[in-house]
Design a protein around this ligand. Sequence first.
Ligand code: NAD
Length: 482
Amino acid sequence: MIKLQNYIGGRLCEPAAGGYLDDIDPATGIVFAMIPDSNGVDVAAAVEAAKSAFPGWSLTSPEVRHDAMMRIASLIERDLEQLAKAESLDNGKPVSLAKAVDIPRAVANFKFYATAAMHFASESHQTAGQAINYTLRQPLGVVGCISPWNLPLYLFTWKIAPALAAGNCVVAKPSEITPYTAFLLSELCIEAGLPPGVLNIVHGTGPQAGAAIVDHPDVKAISFTGGTKTGEWIASQAAPKFKKLSLELGGKNPNIIFADCDYESMLDTTVRSSFSNQGQICLCGSRIYVERPLYDRFKGDFVERTKALRVGDPSEPDTNIGAVVSQAHMEKVLSYVDLAKQEGGTVLVGGSRIRLEGRCRDGYFIEPAVIEGLAHDCRTNQEEIFGPVVTIAPFDTENEVLEYANSVRYGLSATVWTENLSRAHRVAERLDAGIVWVNCWLLRDLRTPFGGVKDSGMGREGGFEALRFFTEEKNVCIKVDH
Ligand code: NAD
């Protein structure tokens, strides 16, 4: 049995109260690791360690911070294979996906922010004949980073890297459902010689360890990615303490397909944008709207392509769909398939639990599902399911599809397929979404601001936005006598 440990003050350590949680492999249902069940005592120790490290780290030159972060990036690169397997074991995703997306992206996050730190600048403004104003951007101190289970190392490092690059010290908590790669990261940070206390990783549940981070008076900012309900709670606690907040929350993203699209490219990408990572990417398109002249053709081909996806052991290279993350999540996703039927939907393919043979017989596998015949405002089309379940429906006009697309409380991302340039711009402008992909999906340039609108969150991550989030701006105005 693997025993994970907290990483506090540069050392791996047991949780203060000595309790552990089970880490379950979703592909087998078997417990493979013990997770520290940390509490406020562990979080307080992590904050103290971070506070002690802050004066040194914040005054370290960007070049030195850059070098430390690049060492971490190259160690992640060196261990790519092992980390991909760990991520799959924790999360149920195919190893091939973790190898192609999750782990390389963690490397990219460290590299991007290591170099961004050296290009981060501030402005000065001349008030003609009177003064010069300049802006200082100073690190906040100790900041908290809390991440979800769907893209474990990818999203954990997406928060930690800019926080460190900007000169902060960090107390971070990965999801208690998928903490393994965060633990491996702590070992790599020790190997990379990251000064003690600069990054601290505390494992445990949200209500106990996570809430203690949110609550701690010396934690100056919270960068959170997770569910909208949790985000609401965190905002209610952090706002009265005037902490800086970045909240990246749920989604219910539309995928709008016009009849003039590049059909093959759309079909390939739509299969990916629907079911990658078992549909457990916050940016997956779960509501597919197809212009009526193309609807029947699309329906036939999409159902065929969905049937052809291989649900299987995540460690096998030809597996397309692995296990969903937990038994509770599997039950939640299946309950939405039942709800869709009650709401009058027809399940065209999938939607049931699959029992695989061999070592994965007790794993949490769901056949990817395509459902049609639902109104845009029913619960299935309004609530986040976050699994391998999509709905399809025809539309006749641009105005109609925009009404459907924007009818949800969320506004994270949207996808539009059309060869008509004016329409692409027009529709993108009118969609309620933090990011609109036209004729592509999940292409990310790390320099662009990222985040949702409406109940999908507040604040922007990515690029220099994240460095700005993790700094306090101070303006200095100097009178100039002439
Ligand atoms: P979650 O909100 O249950 O948990 C996220 C993290 O918050 C975990 O580390 C958890 O332990 C912690 N947490 C839970 N309660 C807490 C509390 N009271 N105080 C402090 N921390 C607490 O979310 P999840 O189920 O892990 O992740 C799935 C959700 O994340 C989905 O809604 C998905 O859309 C969203 N998500 C959003 C983005 C984005 O960029 N917008 C990216 C990935 C996932």
